[in-house]
Design a protein around this ligand. Structure first.
Ligand code: CTP
Length: 405
């Protein structure tokens, strides 16, 4: 599956470096070659000898080593790879990458490369949550650096929370989907909705919700990485435009529907937007004035169009695969099944947002995929991992469609 792929694996300092030894094995089992670069700190956790023995390649550690530079050199090191994987990616190396530093072999290689880079962050939960780390990660995301994890669970420091490095097989899955990106959904066209909608009350006020657009944007990015021609119809968000995606920005539910319908025909529609259910029937042309108005204005609300239901019922223009989301707090699967039937879509990703899951306000999602045959329970995953898994699932669906044709 990874036959002939060349991975440059950069290990930075973190206890999760032991998992990277297993990652080397998993990658090589699949036919990839792995060459290791280790930071000084990484060598306190695992030895270059272990990395060399498992990779059956020389391991590079020193920017100023005459031997390493004459044999390979950091420029060649950074170019002779199809993908650079930083695992574990510590808070420190993430900060140095964000700042564009080149103060050791690992960061010099990362700065000199013209190849795609995937990071697997790991650190203590407070370090992960720190505004500096979050800003650094957001910057790397924006630069198109791929990321897997971190997940949540028991951390080596004894605390429990977000900061665990993704498991080797999860990293392998992301690497595989990366290499298959340009083929698996090539020739397919996808529409993704994302973010909230803003419904005007008057020219300066609006009704909105707290949707960030993170999940929808991540899905659009994941579909595009797999080669789908992807159109993202997004309400107002601060999320950066995903690489390789055509973004149509709208404000209201009606504009979102119009943009989706204008983007048909499509093979895939994923409705991840938190569309406002109601809008003000006739917003006045002028700003509502408090002065002299007496009582607060009564807003007459009318129902917005349902985009998911409209696309699902679009007759011969209906996308072959229509996917919706359902945020539920109780009877999750039962409600999701009913929602799937009501809206007429193919799959519903039911998201358990009950307080016990920590989904609300957190960065992981617990999904139950409901389709016509049953329910698939996914583990708690980050929003980007949910996106990668969904894109993979969609690709498998179309592989089966092709095989049946
Ligand atoms: N959706 C949509 N257009 C709407 C409302 C919802 O496309 N006007 C889509 C959402 O993007 C999501 C799915 O429908 O994929 C379910 O949204 P949700 O808010 O959970 O469902 P509702 O229809 O609002 O049902 P309820 O509030 O009763 O749970």
């Amino acid at each position: 599956m990874l036959e002939g792929r060349r991975i440059l694996l950069i290990l930075s300092g973190g206890i999760a470096a032991y998992k990277s030894l297993d990652l080397i094995r998993r990658l090589r089992e699949r036919g990839a070659s792995v060459r290791g670069v280790m930071t000084e700190a990484a060598q306190h956790f695992v030895t270059p000898l272990s990395v060399a023995a498992l990779s059956e390649e020389a391991v590079y550690t020193d920017l100023f080593s005459l031997k390493d530079e004459s044999e390979m050199g950091h420029i060649r090191l950074s170019r002779e790879a199809d993908l650079i994987v930083v695992a574990p990616a510590s808070a420190d190396i993430i900060a140095r990458m964000a700042a564009g530093m080149a103060n050791d072999l690992a960061t010099t290689t990362l700065l000199a490369t013209d190849k795609p880079v995937l990071i697997a962050p790991t650190m203590n939960l407070q370090m992960w949550a720190h505004a500096a780390t979050q800003a650094n990660v957001a910057l790397l995301d924006k630069r198109g650096i791929l990321r897997v994890g971190p997940g949540s669970g028991d951390l080596a420091c004894g605390e429990v929370g977000s900061g665990r490095m993704a498991e080797p097989l999860e990293i392998v899955a992301v690497i595989e989907s990366f290499f298959h990106r340009s083929t698996q959904l090539k020739g397919r066209r996808a529409i993704v909705t994302s973010g909230p909608t803003h419904e005007p009350i008057d020219p300066v006020r609006f009704i909105a919700n707290r949707s960030s657009g993170k999940q929808g944007h991540a899905i659009a990015a994941a579909l595009a990485r797999m080669g789908a021609e992807t159109i993202l119809v997004s309400g107002p968000t601060v999320e950066p435009d995903p690489a390789g995606v055509r973004v149509i920005r709208i404000e209201t539910a009606r504009d979102m529907l119009a943009a989706c319908e204008a983007s048909l025909p499509a093979d895939i529609a994923v409705c991840a937007a938190a569309v406002a259910d109601w809008r003000v029937e006739t917003p006045p042309q002028q700003k509502l004035k408090k002065e002299g108005s007496g009582a607060p204005p009564a807003l007459k609300l009318v129902e917005n169009p349902d985009i998911l239901a409209t696309l699902s019922g679009a007759g011969n223009r209906r996308p072959r695969l229509v996917v919706g989301f359902a945020a539920e707090t109780e009877k999750i699967v039962e409600h999701a099944k009913a929602k799937r039937a009501r809206k007429g879509c193919d799959w519903i990703l039911a998201n358990d947002v009950s307080p016990a899951t920590g989904t609300f306000g957190g960065d992981s999602n617990t999904i139950h995929l409901v389709d016509g045959t049953g329910v698939e329970d996914w583990p708690a995953l980050s929003k980007s991992d949910v996106a990668a898994r969904l894109a993979q699932r969609i690709a498998s669906y179309f592989d089966a469609v092709k095989a049946a044709e």
